[in-house]
Design a protein around this ligand. Structure first.
Ligand code: GAR
Length: 240
């Protein structure tokens, strides 16, 4: 839940159209990177006022790396030490911090990033951090969200974008996209349907942030004027 409604502000359409500088975004990934691809496509089509300044992957086999390289976006792969063991989280965070300081993002986006980050890393990051989570938070934090939603007989499911805090999947929820669970849905079919929502929710949320229509409770990411106060999370109801 948001700390307070007053942390959020929507600007007038006039103000929105005046934003000039692209929002510098760093994206953290672990897997296929379909959400990263949506952002790359939007950036390349000038459909979003963003510049993806770099991608960090904690897995060297993540297809997201290929997507970033194909788009000539700098990539840091922080996955393994020389012995072949998984990089410890402290080592990962220290390399990631250095890299982020070089890229100087305005916003850090966790898009399918599957490592749990520490409080000090999050607090000392050079930009606010948001995470895309495949459930309607605060329900179904953690893993296996689709299976758990089906088992619980949920009638609605979806995805959320929230501010990253030290407590897993517990930061203020900014936006959500919802769908109705079908009787025939399996975890796989539900995951596929929710991913389609994610591909709309992520750019929509970043657009609101880039235009200063949503703030993260810290310094606004864009100039804000003529504010009014919506209740968070903002919800997209979509038919698929
Ligand atoms: C997304 O569905 C996202 O919701 C999920 O990983 C997938 C990554 O897909 N994230 C989490 O589960 C985070 N806890 P992608 O690599 O194709 O964007």
């Amino acid at each position: 839940m948001p700390e307070s409604i007053s942390e959020v502000a929507l600007t007038s359409a006039h103000t929105v159209s005046q934003a000039k500088k692209p929002l510098r975004i760093a994206v953290l990934v672990s897997g296929s990177g379909s959400n990263l691809q949506v952002l790359i496509n939007a950036m390349q089509a000038s459909a979003l006022p963003i510049e993806i300044v770099g991608v960090i992957s904690n897995r060297e086999d993540a297809y997201a790396i290929t997507r970033a390289k194909d788009a000539s976006i700098p990539v840091a792969v922080l996955s393994h030490v020389a012995s072949g063991k998984r990089m410890g989280i402290k080592t990962f965070e220290s390399h990631a911090s250095e890299q982020l300081k070089v890229w100087q993002p305005d916003l850090i986006v966790l898009a399918g990033f599957m490592r749990v980050l520490s409080g000090p890393f999050i607090d000392n990051a050079p930009a606010p951090m948001i995470n895309l989570h495949p459930a309607l938070l605060p329900a179904y934090k953690g893993l296996d969200t689709h299976q758990r939603a089906i088992q619980a007989g949920e009638r609605h499911h979806g995805c959320s974008i929230h501010v990253v805090t030290a407590e897993l999947d517990a930061g203020a929820v900014l936006t959500q996209a919802l769908l109705a669970v079908n009787q025939k849905d399996t975890a796989d079919s539900l995951q596929a349907r929710v991913q389609k929502l994610e591909h709309q929710l992520l750019p929509w949320t970043i657009l609101l942030l880039a235009k200063g229509a949503l703030s993260l409770g810290t310094a606004p990411l864009a100039h804000q004027q003529n504010t009014f106060m919506p209740t968070l999370p903002l919800k997209l109801y979509l038919n698929d």
